[in-house]
Design a protein around this ligand. Structure first.
Ligand code: BTN
Length: 241
């Protein structure tokens, strides 16, 4: 695997996009940095990460066998890869739909996947991951960050952890290539935050109680309300209260 280490960069996702404009990188090429000056989160947010304390990296894959309509499986396999790597270190890790990694009620890692399409197929995908490892204080207005050190009181070796997370993601990717998408979907569903029981949600019409029934192949969250009504949502159409 090709690993590019940068002391400082604007954003590893952005760096990889720019590199891909100039050359075709080997599949699995990973760009890691000690510090991002303009780390990007989902929905145009920024990503806070203290220099040298956490894992901030991006990797490129060429899942040309996937149609654009199937792209949500990439979120599922990356989320699972991170969750299963973290399971070796702690209990209580889950995937908050669609692709946040949670430890109990707090966010421990974020994923920013940017797909480049060629016709109706995916040409390449840049998968950016921010995993909170040794940071002890968060100062941005991100709602509920937590790090592995805050959970365990231990300091982690970033290089070893990066290798484990990457291996775990590549294991899932291999399953995808080997046509095991259904298994990935099944394990993703069972890894979800609030997988069991009724919980409070809110949509444009207000708050309601519901349980998770499924996540569709296109990534829609299917809920069943406490009155038995089925409701389906794309990202941002519903929130966890
Ligand atoms: C989120 O908002 O939850 C997604 C956060 C993704 C952050 C990572 S850090 C490495 C990569 N480079 C970026 O600029 N963002 C992603």
């Amino acid at each position: 695997m090709n690993l590019i280490y940068l002391d400082e960069v604007h954003s590893t996702n952005q760096y990889l996009h720019e590199l891909l404009l100039r050359e075709k990188c080997e599949e699995g090429t990973c760009v890691q940095t000690r510090f991002q000056t303009a780390g990007r989160g989902q929905q145009g947010n920024s990503w806070e990460s203290e220099a040298g304390k956490n894992l901030t990296f991006s990797l490129v894959l060429y899942p040309e066998f996937l149609s654009a309509a199937e792209q949500f499986i990439l979120s599922q396999m990356v989320s699972l890869g991170i969750k299963e790597a973290l399971d070796h270190y702690m209990e209580g890790v889950s995937v908050k739909w669609p692709n946040d990694i949670y430890w109990h009620e707090k966010k421990i890692a974020g994923i920013l996947i940017e797909n480049s399409l060629m016709g109706s197929h995916i040409e390449h995908t840049v998968i950016g991951i921010g995993l909170n490892v040794n940071q002890e204080k968060f100062i941005s207005n991100a709602p509920n960050p937590i790090s592995m050190k805050q959970i365990s009181n231990k300091e982690f070796n970033l290089e070893a952890l990066l290798n484990e997370v990457l291996q775990s993601i590549f294991t899932q990717y291999l399953k995808l290539i080997q046509d095991e998408a259904d298994d990935i979907r099944f394990r993703y569903l069972n890894s979800l935050y609030r997988r069991d029981g009724f919980h409070k949600y809110a949509d444009a019409n207000g708050e309601f109680m519901a349980r998770i029934e499924n996540v569709s192949k296109t990534g829609r969250l299917c809920l069943i309300t406490d009155s038995g009504e089925q409701r389906e949502y794309y990202f941002k159409e519903v929130s966890f209260v």
